[in-house]
Every structure is written in C-alpha cells, then in structure tokens.
Design a protein around this ligand. Structure first.
Ligand SMILES: [Ca+2]
Ligand SMILES: [Ca+2]
Length: 279
C-alpha cells in the first residue's frame, strides 16, 4: 500500500480528477441499453490485431452487479477492507490549487465509489469505478471476453482514423462538449458546461463513427497493455476522465495514455471489454 500511495502522489496527482449529481448545461439525451451491447470492429489490413467486438459503452454498475451476483466476486478494494489498506482513491476539490486533490478513502469501493457513503442506487447506468485491473479482467473472463490492448482501444476510439478526438479534430462542435471532461480551472472550479460534475450515465454524449460511446472522458479505461515502466504491475489506461481539464492534463484525446498500478482503484477508472468474433 505504501507503494500505491506513493504512486498516487507521483502519477495521479499529475492526472485528472470530479462529481455528478444531475445533468445541467447542455441538452443531453442519454441512450438506454437493455443488455451489455457490443460493436463489431473490422481489423484494418496489416494491423497487429484481429477483428474483434468491443463493449459499446463502459461497463456499468448494473453489469458489474450482475457479475458479482453470479460469482460472489470480491473486488480488491473490498478484499482488504478488514486489513491494512483497502479502499481506493477519491478526488476531492482542494482548498487551493496547490493542495492535494486525491484522498485515500478506506470505505470507497464499487458499491460506494466516492467515499462519501453514498451507494450506487439510482446510478445503475453509470460506469463502474473503484475497479482494479485484476477486477476488470475477472469480469472480462466471466463475460467471455478480455480487456482491449492499447492498439485495439485506439483504433476503436478513433473509429479507424488518427484524429486527436474520437469525433474529429476539435474538442467541441458548435460550442458543445462531446465528452464528459472538466470545464473550468482544474482542480478548484468545475463549471459543468458538459452537464456533469462527476461520472455521467453511459451513452449521454454522441457516439463516434463506430457507434462507441464515452471512449473519451467519463472514466479512464483499463487496457491489457502493460506499461513496461520501472515500477512493476502497471498497465496502460486510456481515454481520460471527468477530471481531465484544458488547463491541466488534457488526457481527453485518443493518443493520451497513463499508467496505473494493477491492484489499486479510484473513482475515475473503469473499463470495457472486447470479444473475438464467434464462428
Ligand atoms: Ca464534466
Ligand atoms: Ca471512457
């Protein structure tokens, strides 16, 4: 745990950080999904991956709850609750821009992700968070899939094009935000121009040309790609989150990447999975 907390001061403090209570600002019509939807992606010629299908949205609280209900799986954040450590990191608006904005919350886990004692009731369609890499691959295996590699994720996010954003070359279109990020002066002011302080239900922003939602923003997404960093057990995360701001980390682009310890969770990292085509 000491290593993990050190990591937070070193990496996540340079990352992004937010809170969703209600949609304000832009007019948003969030999509409704009956079951975990998948989108077929044809691999381009000479790519280093095969054709695959990918979750159309980030994995939601409802989907993860189904997994836990079927398997009695215990996440890393819950597993160590009674031991030294446990819990996860939560973003808290600091008193000033130089104060820490990541706080370790022992009571934070996917069932109550923000360390404020509030459950996910009524937030079933939000992306699940406080999910470690270990937790994400456990869900993927149960669901008959795996995590995307960074190359697969980027191809899917860019809808086959090497553009800065999942939707094109500019952050906004006609003045409208295209993803749940942070507007205002991070980390002290969030104007919520996009409608959300923290996580948004999946599918509230326009999909990319492949029909995929929230590849950029909302929550970071685990990939299967190891970070190959000096630290061990770190994997690449992609897409940025509701905490990514213009004045700070700007990780709301397709090429942007961060690395994160595989056994530690936060309230801004989730995932989606991929599957090989059947037949
Ligand atoms: Ca936002
Ligand atoms: Ca995302």
């Amino acid at each position: 745990m000491k290593l993990q907390l050190t990591f937070f001061s070193a990496v996540l403090l340079s990352g992004c950080g937010g809170s969703h209570e209600s949609a304000e600002g832009q007019d948003l019509a969030c999509e409704a999904f009956d079951s975990p939807p998948f989108t077929h992606i044809d691999a381009p010629a000479n790519s280093d991956f095969q054709t695959f299908s990918i979750s159309t949205t980030e994995v939601t609280n409802a989907q993860f709850a189904e997994f836990v209900g079927a398997t009695d799986y215990v996440t890393d954040a819950e597993k160590t609750q009674s031991e030294q450590g446990g819990g996860g990191a939560i973003f808290v608006v600091p008193r000033s821009p130089v104060d820490p904005w990541w706080v370790y919350a022992k009571n934070a886990n996917w069932r109550a992700p923000d360390g404020d004692g509030k459950s996910i009731e009524g937030r079933e369609n939000e992306p699940v968070v406080q999910i470690s890499y270990n937790d994400a691959i456990a869900y993927a295996r149960w669901a008959g899939g795996r995590l995307p590699t960074e190359a697969e994720w980027e191809y899917a996010a860019g809808a086959g094009a090497k553009t800065e954003y999942a939707w094109g070359t500019t952050k906004t279109i006609d003045g409208k935000e295209q993803a749940n990020t942070w507007q205002g002066f991070f980390p002290v002011e969030n104007t919520k121009n996009d409608g959300f302080l923290r996580r948004a239900p999946v599918g509230c922003f326009p999909p990319n040309a492949f029909g995929l939602f929230d590849m950029i923003g909302n929550v970071w997404e685990w990939t299967a790609s190891p970070a190959h960093s000096a630290r061990q057990h770190e994997n690449i995360i992609k897409g940025g989150s509701f905490l990514c701001a213009e004045n700070f980390c700007r990780n709301y682009t397709v090429p942007a990447r961060e690395k994160h310890e595989t056994d530690f969770s936060t309230n801004h990292i989730g995932f989606r999975i991929v599957k090989s085509p059947q037949g």
